[in-house]
Write a protein that binds this ligand. Sequence first.
Ligand SMILES: [Zn+2]
Length: 254
Amino acid sequence: MLTTQEQLKYSRQIMIKKIGEQGQVALRNAKVLIVGVGGLGNPVSLYLAAAGVGTLYLADGDTIELSNLPRQIQFNEQDINQNKADIAAEKLNSQFPDSDIEAIDEMLDRELCDYYLPQVDLVLDCSDNIQTRYLINQACVAHKVPLVIGAATGFDGQQLVVDPRDESSACYHCLFPSSEKPPANNCQTLGILGPVLAIIAGMQALQAIKLLTGNSTEHDAQINQLNLYDGLSNQWQQFTMKKQQNCTVCGGKS
Ligand SMILES: [Zn+2]
């Protein structure tokens, strides 16, 4: 049950029939891990805390740099050289006292995944490197935890959901087998614009809310769908992904 104060605060979400009080309680009870607290993790964590997600774990080993500020909107010049997860958690805890925000001030490794994944309902991959992306995908498949992946460079973004609870769900490795040469380009070599990150982060936060409130299967355009965004032409494109039976991460089980 929600308190009277919570009913008032979240009334505009609760009045959406597919969310309702039940959905709001589910958000309050949810535990979510956000990996990477940069250009995507900043808006994702803000939107999820604001929506009433009860527990957020923020993982990032990086420190804040001057060149982060045009897009990492929780940070300012006084925060430079401090850890991203620590600063974001401090600010979110102050802005959203109903939520419990915990910082993990180091890069996620397999050991940390094995510790945190059994405790959480959902993981958001907001990282900016391919090694972390493969690691999180593998760990989420192993622990059967749903994963919302986002990435962006230049004017372009991509977003997809992997839900290992569903045997038919393709994983990130099905899409990009790691034997292929990993893309060498990232936002350090190609640049990035804040609003492109905001669009992809908004999609990630929306997918997360749908998964947490039980709205994922009904409208199911979530698993096996690669969403690509082109910020120059304002176009989204959807591609259907297929689970690869020979995938070394998720294959051979269905
Ligand atoms: Zn796979």
